[in-house]
Unconditional design. Structure first.
Length: 70
């Protein structure tokens, strides 16, 4: 792994960003709407974002071929 790339081209960084945004939305109470169907849908979307972001970060790190430029 000798080549470098920009931070925005890193799948690992994007995966971490997605996971962080999903966690912040969850903590902000976005998933606590009064309507039951909307609440369930938003909760599922947040959980999917958390899991998907984590998996993307892991996948990006495992298959990375370049270092991130400083």
């Amino acid at each position: 792994m000798y080549d470098t790339k920009s931070l925005l081209k890193s799948r690992g960084v994007w995966g971490a960003v997605i996971a962080i945004v999903a966690a912040v939305l969850d903590a902000a109470g976005v998933a606590t709407l009064d309507d039951g169907a909307k609440n369930d849908l938003i909760d599922a979307a947040i959980k999917l974002g958390e899991v998907g972001g984590g998996l993307l970060a892991l996948w990006g790190r495992v298959f990375a071929t370049k270092q991130i430029a400083k």
